[in-house]
Design a protein around this ligand. Structure first.
Ligand code: HEC
Ligand code: HEC
Ligand code: HEC
Ligand code: HEC
Length: 509
């Protein structure tokens, strides 16, 4: 056999033929591989007729029929066994673990009952069961407006479409109780026709509009966080309980406090200190945007809904949970460190934030009790004004940080900054109260009540837990089964009814 380099040196065109033949072969091979991959991807969607899904259908099973992998991982949220050092999906009584909060929330529903969130799968049940929503035996009974349901169920999307958004917000929680059945699911985040991501609830889009931004004009990666920002944000109820995100002055604690101060807004008047308080909700998105992961373009879904594979098929894991239960998919796609090292990194940040949070909490509890003491000594509104203003803001800073359960990892520096400012204000508040007591001629030590357990603290502020629980049990036994019955009948009619050809997505009763 002749040496190939000999041939080539004699007949250079042979090299060209070989070269071009190789090119064609590689091209065909590439085409072939591409077709295999494409067919495989199509395999997943081959039997998918997404047009069959009504965009207002609030049932996860109805959507899940077409997307079994996403549905199956979604359904895994039923499991609530995971627990990390501070978080996880177990229902835990946070007031029992931390009785300071009973005093901080005195006069507000959170002093009755405050559990750690179990997850999306339980969003409706948890609202029905918490003592915070009371025991509304009649539709017109309070204490809560329908607005509370907004981030708990895709039935809300359907109801807003039927009733109108303002009318929905203006109802009571109990009036629409029989309409709310399905926990957060597919319709909360997806368009039915192509399963692209969707902002399904109005508040976020309205906020963007006020800020001169268009929610339809954001990148795909942004959407992977903004779908979460429909709910995981700070909010308040405006006129007629209309849901508003107070971002007009900015998203940091002090920007939002300024927004509320301008409107002289208070969620409640604290019964011990008489300070006009603001309750923070869960500014997860706001705090996340100040952290390094957001700044490097990482989205909520990257850690809480990482890609996973099944039978060689890549898809999005819909079990939304603590990423510490899934480090390999949630973190090790980007970080090469060991699982133990990454967990250590998370706990180290959480420990430091927790430590500062507890310091602020203890000073705040004292400031409420000392303010109460000062009132009892005959202090006047004028004398107390500055101290109460400081208590309002110190507790707002505490709550803004505390209510964002993931913040200590998402943006530890911002958390420490916010809590540090709060600690400064809380100490100032105590100094002002001491000055008031001196003006009143009181120079002894202030003896504070023992509020060191949940029971003692609740007794001190006059909560009768047994009675609240008895009322709640009656509500759960008598009212909730009626709601369930109505919902199940309505859901059955979904498949039976013929849809209007000019269908706008409305669900016709
Ligand atoms: C429609 C509103 C809504 C949307 C959209 C939403 N959440 Fe939630 N989320 C909630 C509510 C309400 C809870 C608390 C539910 C409960 O425990 O009863 C919750 C709980 C959680 C929890 C706590 C679960 C646990 O194990 O303790 C995590 C984590 C979470 N959400 C992440 C996300 C992420 C990430 C996104 C976006 C991909 C998202 N959520 C989108 C409303 C929402
Ligand atoms: C809290 C928001 C949220 C909920 C609820 C949700 N998804 Fe998703 N879904 C996402 C995100 C985020 C992605 C990733 C999309 C992307 O990056 O394009 C996704 C992707 C998908 C995809 C595209 C393929 C894939 O796996 O990436 C399908 C199909 C899908 N989801 C189906 C469902 C179904 C079915 C349900 C209900 C059982 C559901 N989703 C509930 C947020 C959600
Ligand atoms: C999509 C990629 C991506 C994922 C997923 C991801 N990270 Fe990161 N992480 C980054 C980038 C980028 C940085 C910034 C580092 C830099 O730019 O040098 C970072 C920074 C960090 C830091 C340092 C932050 C600080 O406070 O200084 C820690 C700790 C960390 N990540 C832990 C985690 C953990 C734990 C997870 C999973 C829950 C995770 N990361 C998931 C990309 C990622
Ligand atoms: C870089 C990874 C990463 C990103 C991105 C991320 N998170 Fe987290 N998140 C975590 C980790 C880690 C925890 C702490 C979990 C623990 O301690 O068990 C956490 C905790 C949470 C919790 C509390 C979970 C619980 O078990 O109670 C919520 C809610 C949450 N994140 C929502 C979000 C939202 C909303 C976004 C986007 C705005 C987001 N996260 C972005 C990693 C991430």
């Amino acid at each position: 056999m002749k040496n190939i380099s000999n041939t080539v040196s004699k007949k250079p065109w042979v090299a060209w033929v070989l070269f071009i033949a190789t090119l064609i072969f590689v091209f065909l091979l590439g085409l072939f591989t591409y077709t295999i991959i494409e067919n495989r991807a199509e395999g997943q969607f081959a039997y998918v007729t997404t047009t069959d899904i009504d965009p207002m259908d609030p049932r996860a099973e109805a959507w899940g029929r077409f997307f079994p992998r996403q549905f199956n991982t979604y359904a895994q949220m039923a499991d609530t066994t995971f627990r990390s050092k501070y978080l996880g999906s177990q229902r835990r009584d946070l007031l029992d673990e931390n009785p300071n909060m009973v005093i901080l929330f005195a006069g507000y529903a959170f002093s009755r009952d405050y559990n750690l969130a179990r997850g999306h799968y339980y969003s409706v049940q948890d609202v029905q069961e918490t003592l915070r929503t009371g025991a509304p035996m009649n539709p017109e009974d309070g204490p809560m407006p329908a607005t509370c349901w907004t981030c708990k169920s895709p039935d809300v999307i359907r109801l807003m479409d039927e009733m109108g958004t303002s009318e929905f917000y203006a109802s009571t929680l109990a009036e629409v109780g029989h309409e709310i059945h399905n926990p957060i699911n597919c319709a909360s985040c997806h368009n039915a026709e192509d399963m692209s991501l969707k902002i399904a609830l109005p508040a976020l889009a309205e906020t963007f509009e006020r800020m001169g931004r268009d929610i339809n004009n954001v990148s795909h990666q942004e959407m992977r966080s903004l779908t979460c920002a429909q709910c995981h944000v700070e909010y308040y109820f405006g006129e007629d309980n209309y849901l508003i995100f107070p971002w007009d002055e900015g998203m940091r604690a002090e920007d939002i406090a300024y927004y509320f101060d301008q409107r002289e807004f208070a969620d409640w008047i604290h019964p011990l200190s008489r300070a006009p308080m603001i309750k923070a909700q869960h500014p997860d998105y706001e705090i996340f945007t100040t952290g390094i992961h957001y700044q490097r373009g990482v989205s909520c879904a990257d850690c809480h809904m990482p890609y996973t594979t099944e039978g060689g098929m890549k898809f999005t894991d819909h079990k939304i949970q603590s990423p510490l239960n899934n480090i390999s998919a949630a973190c090790q796609t980007c970080h090469r460190q060991s699982e133990a090292e990454l967990i250590r990194n998370v706990y180290e940040r959480q420990d430091m934030v927790h430590d500062l949070k507890m310091k602020l909490e203890r000073v705040l509890v004292k400031s409420h009790l000392e303010a109460e003491f000062a009132w009892n000594q005959g202090a006047t509104e004028d004398q107390m004004r500055d101290a109460l203003h400081l208590i309002r803001h110190a507790q707002w800073n505490w709550d803004y940080a505390a209510a964002s359960h993931g913040g200590a990892f998402h943006a530890p520096l911002e958390m420490v900054r916010t809590l540090g400012n709060g600690l400064d204000m809380a100490h100032d508040a105590r100094r002002k109260i001491t000055a008031v007591l001196l003006e009143l001629g009181y120079t002894d030590d202030v003896s504070l009540p023992d509020v060191s357990t949940k029971q003692k603290a609740q007794e001190y502020i006059g909560i009768d837990l047994e009675q609240l629980q008895a009322e709640k049990d009656r509500f759960l036994e008598e009212i909730v089964p009626q709601w369930l019955q109505t919902s199940l009948e309505r859901q059955q009619r979904w498949d039976e009814q013929k849809r209007d050809p000019d269908h706008t997505g409305s669900y016709l009763q």
